[in-house]
Design a protein around this ligand. Structure first.
Ligand code: ADP
Ligand code: MG
Length: 351
């Protein structure tokens, strides 16, 4: 049973990014207004995520790290309207199986008396002890993949690339989440801890982008608020999802590099996509942005921060375990519309 648990855990937690993603999303789900992500040795030694959210109530200590335990979904019908990131109850149990795993947590009522929880690999609670702390939860993942030598070696060998990916992902969360103080720091095995970037609990994504990428980057961007009208079709793609007479407006909100003819790089080529505020990869959308942008400046890719806002009946998030992949219905029509709107937006700029 242990080996099976380990294999399944290795499918939920595949790399540094999945650790960071699961822990940060748990912080957001707990209603945190401050999230602090701390790496030691780029995550090879440890990854700690501290939040000031609800904390975990004592009667849940035994169950939180058990497989399929989740407090977030009461029945299956909730899936379509789910507002939280998590709902599978697989992250903590997987991390137990793949690392030295512990939690320090404290609810409002218990503050300043926090509890440190240690778990067995199976997710069974091993010990609790009282420590001091404020409302919130800190999850500590040490020595990731310590019991999967091949995976561990792979991580160490590719650490440069993995590190780049995890920082990009954290940038993505930090930029979209308003009213949350988001801090990321790293400490080398020997040496001082350094803050890599932080947001200040800003009311707007604009200020978040300035905190993360700098005011110079912001000044080279243009705002976008594109409205794509979708015409309900009866083609096989829709599978009845786009009901007759249903309003199917898609809005794309965010920022994109101002197109500049033939000049040097104005912005870092970071491309961040979201669906209803949920970070995800949207390669087909990125392709349209890049193509339209390159008709102005053939040698560069734009900075993109784009939140696709649409009704939940127009997409499925539930297609991949990490929920990074999102299936949009009638994507072809959205992309055609996007291309036209982008050209229109760029045409109104002085280039
Ligand atoms: P899921 O997020 O899918 O519910 P997880 O394995 O990520 O599953 O977490 C299991 C449960 O542990 C959550 O449903 C929640 O009740 C609790 N939990 C995890 N992280 C936190 C946190 N940072 N703050 C409060 N509760 C948490
Ligand atoms: Mg979770």
């Amino acid at each position: 049973a242990n080996a099976v648990h380990q294999i399944q855990a290795g499918q939920v937690i595949v790399d540094l990014c999945s650790v960071a993603k699961e822990l940060v999303e748990n912080g957001f789900d707990a209603g945190a207004t401050a999230i602090d992500v701390r790496f030691k040795n780029q995550g090879l030694d440890s990854i700690e995520v501290q939040d000031n959210g609800s904390g975990i109530a004592a009667h849940n200590y035994e169950s939180v790290a058990l497989k399929h335990y989740t407090s977030k979904l009461s029945n299956y019908d909730d899936l379509s309207t789910l507002q939280t990131f998590g709902f599978r109850g697989e992250a903590l149990s997987s991390l137990c199986a793949l690392s030295k795993f512990s939690v320090i947590t404290c609810t409002q009522e218990d503050a300043p008396r926090a509890t440190k929880l240690e778990f067995e690999m199976s997710g069974k609670l091993k010990s609790t002890s009282v420590v001091s702390g404020q409302r919130g939860t800190t999850v500590i993942v040490e020595d990731l993949f310590r019991n999967l030598p091949v995976r561990r070696r792979e991580l160490e060998r590719n650490i440069k690339r993995e590190w780049g990916k995890v920082i990009n992902l954290l940038n993505q969360y930090a930029c979209i989440q308003t009213d949350v103080k988001f801090t990321v720091s790293q400490q080398p095995t020997k040496g001082k801890r350094m803050v890599l970037f932080s947001t200040k609990g800003n009311p707007s994504t604009r200020e978040n982008i300035i905190n993360v990428f700098g005011v110079k980057t912001m000044n080279a961007l243009i705002g976008m608020d594109l409205k794509l009208e979708l015409i309900p079709t009866t083609g096989p793609l829709d599978k009845g999802k786009l009901k007759e007479g249903a309003t199917a407006e898609v809005r794309i909100l965010g920022y994109v590099s101002r197109p500049v003819h033939g000049e040097g790089r104005q912005t870092p080529d970071r491309q961040m996509f979201y669906v209803n505020g949920r970070p995800c990869g949207l390669p087909q959308f990125a392709k349209v942005f890049n193509e339209v942008y390159r008709s102005y400046n053939s040698s560069q890719s734009p900075f993109i921060f784009a939140d696709i806002q649409l009704d939940t009946h127009l997409y499925d998030v539930n297609v991949s375990p990490d929920k990074r992949t999102i299936l949009l219905h009638d994507q072809g029509q959205m992309l055609d519309n996007l291309r036209e709107s982008l050209i229109e937006l760029f045409e109104t700029q002085d280039v």
